[in-house]
Design a protein. Sequence first.
Length: 459
Amino acid sequence: MVQQLFKKVTGIAAGALLLVLLASCVQAPEPSGPPVTLSPGFSAAGEVPLADSWWTAFDSDHLNQLVGQSLESNFDLLVAWERLQEARAVVDRSSAEWWPTLDLGLDGQAQRPETGSGDFARLGAYSGYEIDLWGRIGSRVEAERFRAAATEADYRTARLTLSAEVAATWFRLLTASGQLELVRSQLETNSKILDSLRNRFGAGQGERADLLRQEQLLEASREQLHISEARVQVLRHQLSILVGDSPLQGAFPTGDGLPDLPPLPETGLTADLLQRRPDLRAAFNRLRAADHELAAAVAERYPRISLSASVTTEENDLTDFFDEWVRSLAGNLLLPVVDGGSRRAEVARAEAVRRQQLYAYGQAVLLAVREVEDALVVESRQSLRLQSLQEQVRLSRESYLQLQRQYINGAGNFLDVLTALTNEQGLRRGLLEARLDLMENRINLYRALGGGTGAGELN
């Protein structure tokens, strides 16, 4: 009897295989590139190779330590890591559909009626397996694999984003600390000038208005001092959170000042950017996942063949429980006929999703290229702006000293001296901010180029 069942099931399988040969193959589309036309290169080529751990280019031990700590302890990054583990588990769960199922069942019953007694028990093993004729299961598994690859790329993007935030926050803290020291120095200078004016006024060589103007400048310096002190503390709190510490526990040295700007990194070709940036790899993998989801939706419209087998024993007398076994082998062919257009609508939905992912990938590529070009343009102009500010500081200093000498010699008025002094102090504060802008833009360039996350191979 088992042989007859096996022959029938074999005949069903052979018929299904014939359908496979006659029908069109259900396969995922070929990998798609971005639906955009790109220039082969960027507007600047760069000087040195792009390091895998891009932040090491600044040659700062403190920065290296902070980034390393953040990549180990930042809680948002740990959440991203667990999302990756979840995605990998989904792949394993989907892959299990390729294997036969095996279940063991045991049930029994005991009755004690007034007219007699009876026992009943059944033990069995049940197995089922679907033949993946049209690649439906395989397409689902591949879709989950590409989604997991996209999630891994998301994790690498999170590492890149975090390292950039740590570096930018660290440089802001160094700049804020430098601003604080500069404001303290300016406050001391303004206080000394006020004392000198009081002495001159007491000797009948000055005007009351000059004292009031200098007192106002001194108060403005105190205001800047309060702002700078608050900014330093806020940045310390932000940096503590980024590295996974309590805001009240972070202690960061701030005496080094901003590091020198490293040489411009090599930008490579635009085609290299597609492979290097993790967010672009994530978008491409989501497109591939949509390809396979579409193939699976098409396969849902074709027949399914499944096999089932069971071995059971059933007895009323437990002493004869294992004496007689019943074996069965069955085949099942499921052919969709009428479903109200549900499967056709699912194919249309999958096609729309695939187009969405294709357009999203194209937009991501365009934005990535724009980010690189923006960073290159801003750096070239910011460097020129920095040179201009340095020259303005030099000229304003000379102007202040000249006007101060004229005022002391009685050939000028204090308002001109005060204006020159205020201008010089403002320019010096602006110079620190311009240096910070240049460093932050370089961070943006490393980030736009996908400058490595230091992750290596992920287990």
